[in-house]
Design a protein around this ligand. Structure first.
Ligand code: HAM
Length: 404
């Protein structure tokens, strides 16, 4: 028997209902903030992710579903959504227009990670990307929007916040950090040693406890921001204070993708185990230019749909529509025609096999219909239907035209 690949899942019944509820809720909120839908290909040139997410990131160096297609192109299944949206933004020459653009998307992402609870190889994100707005007010607005999505889904969260500085303050900080790391090099893990040379900032979020204790006294970027970055970060925290959104400043929050600058954030849940990040994002003001577009400030986020699936409080499903069935074979087609008419605006479950009363009522119950409608011998002869309101329990026989 062929099974799905490791780290990949089929989604059905309760889970697929949760999935749809999450996506529709997120879309509803994103539209209130002026976001429009964008769909980009799942398969892109590998170079796109190397240049955006970063060659030295785990995602690109270890986790890509990368292969040569039949035309000899080096391609890759997208590990995240931002790079493709930025590529589309530039492909459509939107970087050459003064208009601000806001896009939302959702769909599958692929990372060849070691699967565990909350960590899949194919997972789904809902994300938003806002282009052309350099103000920290936009960072604030995005964070508020995510909080609103989680609130509407009934999900509690903690917000972690950091600033990764800009091209002014990051390089001297990085040098400073490398100096510090070089001194404690011998005691740091193998991964950290490699990263000192490739991507020293990532050392800060090493999960190794020994490394973390050694990093306690490391220089913090937040204390070394240039004036504009410092003022923006203070503005952001003040706005969040005013809005009543609690946050924790986490100086080790560096994100696993290389394109960020200034604001970086993660929403975490303490109810789902080790893989606790339920959304992540931040500002990426240099990425459009880096992918050969005109310099355009941008900020965005993505929510991990599978991670919040179990946390979502589903709305009560109320009885809806009709269950229709025939008690004699001659009535089946009558029922079928009636169902087709009614389906123009109502949910209808039809049973094609004529059955006894009890069996139909079981079917009606299972379909969660509001009304059970049956046609038997008498009804067929008289041009009527038997109808029961399954909420009020009221039963009636009425002319078929009344239902149409
Ligand atoms: P990310 O933090 O890599 O950011 O992913 C966002 C969210 O996707 C995570 O917080 C997590 O909930 C979910 N996620 C990531 N990997 C997995 C996995 N293996 N299994 C299940 N869920 C996972 C990004 O992808 C950025 N593109 C976000 C962004 C948009 N930044 C700016 N714009």
């Amino acid at each position: 028997m062929i099974q799905p690949l490791r780290g990949m899942k089929d989604l059905m019944f309760e889970d697929s209902q949760r999935f749809v509820h999450i996506v529709t809720t997120a879309i509803k909120v994103a539209r209130r903030y002026g976001y429009g839908y964008i769909e980009t290909p799942i398969l892109e040139e590998t170079a796109l992710f190397k240049r955006s997410v970063g060659d030295s990131s785990d995602i690109v160096s270890k986790e890509m579903y990368q292969f040569e297609d039949k035309g000899g192109n080096d391609v890759c299944m997208r590990p995240e959504g931002t790079a493709g949206v930025v590529r589309a933004f530039i492909s459509a020459k939107l970087d050459r227009q003064p208009v601000k653009q806001k896009f939302y998307y959702y769909g599958p992402m692929f990372r060849y990670e070691r699967p565990q609870k909350g960590r899949l190889r194919e997972f789904h994100q809902f994300g938003c990307e806002s282009f052309g707005e350099a103000s920290v007010y936009e960072d604030f607005t995005l964070i508020i929007m995510i909080a609103q999505i989680f609130e509407e889904l009934g999900i509690g969260f903690e917000l972690k916040l950091n600033s990764l500085g800009c091209s002014e303050c990051m390089p001297p900080y990085r040098e400073n950090l490398v100096g510090f790391l070089t001194e404690i090099k011998a005691d740091l893990c193998e991964d950290c040693n490699r990263r000192i040379g490739t991507n020293p900032i990532r050392v800060l979020d090493c999960k190794n406890e020994t490394c973390q204790s050694l990093l306690k006294n490391s220089p913090k970027l937040i204390d070394n921001l240039c004036d504009p970055c410092d003022s923006d970060f203070k503005k952001l925290t003040a706005l969040l204070d005013d809005a009543g959104i609690a946050y924790e400043i986490d100086t080790n929050l560096v994100r696993g993708l290389d394109y960020y600058n200034k604001t970086a954030f993660e929403f975490v849940s303490n109810e789902i185990g080790a893989q606790s990040a339920i959304a992540g994002g931040g500002r990426y003001d240099r990425l459009v230019e880096y992918l050969d577009g005109k310099p355009t400030p941008a900020v965005g986020f993505a929510i991990g749909i599978e991670r919040i699936m179990a946390l979502v409080k589903m709305p009560e499903s109320s009885k809806e529509g009709y269950y229709m069935g025939a008690m004699v074979p001659e009535a089946v087609e009558k029922v079928l025609m009636l169902a087709n008419t009614k389906r123009k605006n109502k949910k209808v479950t039809v049973e094609y096999t004529s059955k006894g009363f009890k069996s139909h009522m079981k079917g009606a119950d299972k379909s969660n219909a509001r009304f059970a409608l049956l046609i038997g011998e008498d009804e067929l002869a008289n041009g009527t239907v038997w109808l029961k309101d399954l909420e009020t329990k009221e039963e009636r026989t009425l002319p078929i035209e009344e239902i149409v």
